[in-house]
Ligand binder design. Structure first.
Ligand SMILES: C[S@@+](CC[C@H](N)C(=O)[O-])C[C@H]1O[C@@H](n2cnc3c(N)ncnc32)[C@H](O)[C@@H]1O
Length: 281
C-alpha cells in the first residue's frame, strides 16, 4: 500500500507543491474561471457536506465554503505544503466550516455514505489507479450524491502546454509520459472518463466540452511571463537548473518568440479546452 502513488506524493509534497504554493495567485487567476464552471453544476444548499478532492492550496474549498454557511467542506490532498497554505488561507478568511486532511483518495479509507457532493478542480488525474480512486469517491457519497469536476482535454487544444513543450523539446530531452499515466492530461480522452465512472457505478454521467480563453501571468510583460512560465514546470526547471546560461537564454528567447502572439498587453491569453464532468451516485 505504501508505495502506491509514491511518485505523486513525492512530487506534490516536493518540487510540484512548492511551485503551486509560490505561484498560487497566478494559478488561481488561470484556473478560477474553469473551476467556476464545475462549481456552477453543483446543487448547493446551506446544509451540504462537501468533499474537495486534491484541493491543493484550497481556492475552491474556500470559494465553496462561502456559499454554504451551514454546510461543511473537507479539502483532501496528498501535498503537505499545499494543505498548509490552504489552512492558512482559511484562517485568514475566518472560515470555520472548512477542514483539511492529508489523504490519498485512491488508497486511504474515507467514511461511507457521508458526503452530498464530491468536487474537484484538476485534482483527479494523478491516481495510479483511477478506478480504485473513483470507487472510493463513490463509496464516500450519500445515495444520489453529486460528483462534479473539471479536467484538461488534449494538450493540442491547450496551446499553453503543447506550444511550450514543442519549444522546450528543441533544447531538452523532455520525458513523454505514456497516455493515461498520472498527470494533468491523463483524462484527455472522454471515453476513458466515461469508462472509469461507469465501472465505479456512477450514473447520469455527463461530460461537457468547455472551451474558453484563460489568462496566464496577468500584468506581466512577455519577457516576465515567459520567465515565470519556465518556473512552473518542475521537470523543466530542474533540467534548466543544470544547464549552461547560454542554453537557458536560448530556451527563453524561443518561448518568447512562440508566445508573443498570445500576449495581449496584460499577460498571456490562451485558448483552453476542458471537460466539465458531472455524475450521480
Ligand atoms: C493540479 S493540482 C490542483 C490543485 C487544486 N485543486 C487547484 O485547482 O488549485 C492537483 C492536486 O491533486 C492532488 N493529488 C494528487 N494525487 C492525489 C491523491 N491520490 N489524493 C488526493 N490528492 C491528490 C495534488 O497534491 C495537487 O494538490
Amino acid at each position: 500500500m505504501e508505495n502506491i502513488n509514491s511518485k505523486q506524493k513525492q512530487f506534490w509534497s516536493g518540487a510540484g507543491g512548492d511551485v503551486w504554493v509560490n505561484k498560487q495567485n497566478e494559478m488561481d487567476i488561470m484556473l478560477n474561471p474553469l473551476g467556476a464552471k464545475a462549481i456552477d453544476k453543483l446543487d448547493l444548499n446551506q446544509e451540504t457536506k462537501i468533499l474537495d478532492i486534491g484541493c491543493g492550496c484550497g481556492a475552491t474549498t474556500l470559494e465553496i465554503a462561502k456559499k454554504i454557511d451551514d454546510g461543511t467542506i473537507t479539502g483532501v490532498d496528498i501535498s503537505e505544503p499545499m494543505l498548509k497554505r490552504a489552512s492558512q488561507n482559511a484562517t485568514a478568511l475566518e472560515l470555520s466550516n472548512i477542514n483539511f486532511q492529508v489523504l490519498d483518495v485512491q488508497v486511504d479509507e474515507m467514511p461511507s455514505n457521508d458526503f452530498d457532493i464530491a468536487f474537484s478542480r484538476f485534482g483527479v488525474m494523478f491516481f495510479e489507479n483511477p478506478f480504485e480512486a473513483f470507487s472510493n469517491i463513490y463509496k464516500s457519497l450519500k445515495e444520489d450524491g453529486q460528483l462534479s469536476f473539471v479536467c484538461w482535454q488534449n494538450p493540442d487544444l491547450n496551446p499553453w502546454q503543447s506550444l511550450s513543450i514543442q519549444v522546450i523539446k528543441q533544447f531538452l530531452d523532455l520525458p513523454a509520459p505514456p497516455p493515461k499515466s498520472p498527470g494533468p492530461f491523463a483524462f484527455e480522452d472522454k471515453t476513458y472518463i466515461q469508462e472509469i465512472l461507469e465501472k465505479s457505478n456512477f450514473k447520469d454521467i455527463k461530460i461537457d466540452d468547455n472551451q474558453e480563453d484563460i489568462v496566464m501571468f496577468s500584468g506581466k510583460s512577455i519577457q516576465e511571463a515567459c520567465e515565470d512560465y519556465l518556473t512552473i514546470n518542475p521537470v523543466v526547471t530542474e533540467m534548466l537548473k543544470n544547464s549552461e546560461e547560454k542554453l537557458k537564454e536560448e530556451v527563453l528567447a524561443a518561448l518568447i518568440d512562440k508566445f508573443s502572439h498570445f500576449h495581449n498587453g496584460d499577460g498571456l491569453l490562451f485558448p483552453s479546452a476542458t471537460w466539465i464532468v458531472t455524475a450521480k451516485k
